[in-house]
Design a protein around this ligand. Structure first.
Ligand code: SUD
Ligand code: ADP
Length: 308
């Protein structure tokens, strides 16, 4: 059996994000509908005979991550943690193809950490129960458990409570980032509103189209949009650019920003919107995409990557 394996690290989307409380340690309690886009980073790992862990970073968004302190990368932090907890003596050579903008509210680092845990379990042939792996994931960041889970869920607690939901219809999405990073702790700290009630989302609801899902999402919001756009006003420009394109059913920020997404009525409209926005704003990151379905996840199990 080959000792090289590849795992996709899909972009995480918070279709809504309600802040419902705050813990004594400063972490916020969330209620968020999370799904995964059909685009993202890609992690590859090859087992080594010695104990070394290496990481090389390629791809259009490698930038600061490749020139910064590589030891701090969430992929190596995940690898070190897994190796220690599972008493592994082998090392691994890892590569990250960085396609997602960094610090952008779509969980790039968290998705990478989760994919690193998954790929290393395969490379090192570890059979760790999901609950144990999720506990380990939480030590790496509040968003890592949901990225490890990789399915549409209602995420609560600080990110550790994951409630499965009926599958969503595929969506015609456009993701846009204005090319500026925002800091998650800074956005939470800038929030001065009260808290939103928990459990506003009907967990049994099934949607047969993007339009019916978008209609239900109108009753929800992203509670971090106000503090984030106070810090980075370009977020309002991104939301306006998405909203004014034909067929836009909903435009909203994901996570702590600055990436925003819009749901369009048809795939053609999403493609046209992406094209128009990219043309008028060449410095923005613009991506037309769908969401991960059960079929996509099944393909991922056999090492498939994302569509070009
Ligand atoms: C806001 C969310 C929503 O999905 O997404 P992103 O914007 O990161 O994509 C996540 O909760 C981000 O999770 P993650 O990026 O893993 O956060 P962590 O590294 O654990 O925490 C960074 C900092 O953010 C704040 N934080 C994070 C999560 C949370 N539930 N409450 C918080 O207050 C804390 O100040 C914490 O010190
Ligand atoms: N593999 C990685 N990809 C992206 N960011 C990483 C990675 N490893 C460490 N980081 C750091 O994690 C922070 C959060 O990045 P990211 O997870 O992309 O943000 P967000 O969760 O808001 O999308 C950044 O400051 C970045 O420097």
């Amino acid at each position: 059996m080959s000792s090289t394996h590849t795992e996709p690290a899909p972009a995480k989307l918070n279709l809504f994000l309600h802040v419902t409380g705050k813990r004594d340690d400063g972490y916020h309690l969330l209620d968020s509908l999370v799904c995964f886009a059909d685009c993202g980073d890609v992690i590859t790992a090859t087992a080594r005979d010695d104990a070394e862990l290496t990481l090389s970073i390629t791809g259009p968004m490698a930038g600061v991550l490749a020139t910064g302190n590589i030891e701090d990368n969430l992929i190596l932090r995940a690898a070190r943690l897994l190796r220690a907890e599972a008493n592994v003596t082998q090392g691994a050579d890892l590569t990250l193809e960085k396609n997602l903008p960094v610090a952008s509210g779509i969980g790039g680092g968290s998705a990478d950490a989760a994919a690193a845990l998954r790929v290393l379990c395969r490379v090192w042939q570890l059979d760790i129960p999901t609950t144990e792996l999720e506990k380990l994931a939480l030590k790496l960041g509040a968003d890592v458990p949901v990225c490890l889970h990789g399915k549409t869920v209602l995420m609560q607690g600080i990110g550790e409570k994951l409630i499965d939901l009926p599958e969503l219809p595929n969506l015609s999405l456009v993701l846009v980032n204005p090319g500026k990073a925002v800091s998650t702790p800074e956005i939470f700290a800038a929030r001065d509103a009260g808290f939103t009630e928990e459990n506003l989302w009907d967990r049994t609801a099934r949607f047969n189209s993007g339009a019916s899902l978008a209609a239900a999402l109108q009753d929800c919001r992203n509670d971090l949009t106000l503090p984030a756009s106070g810090i980075l006003p370009e977020i309002c420009d991104v939301l306006n650019a998405l909203a004014r394109e034909d067929g836009c059913l909903l435009a909203r920020m994901s996570g702590s920003g600055a990436t925003c997404f819009a749901i369009y009525d048809t795939e053609n409209q999403a493609e046209r919107a992406a094209h128009a926005i990219a043309e008028s704003q060449p410095d923005w990151w613009v991506q037309a995409t769908g969401i991960q379905t059960t079929e996509d996840r099944a393909r991922a199990q056999i090492g498939a990557s994302f569509p070009a």
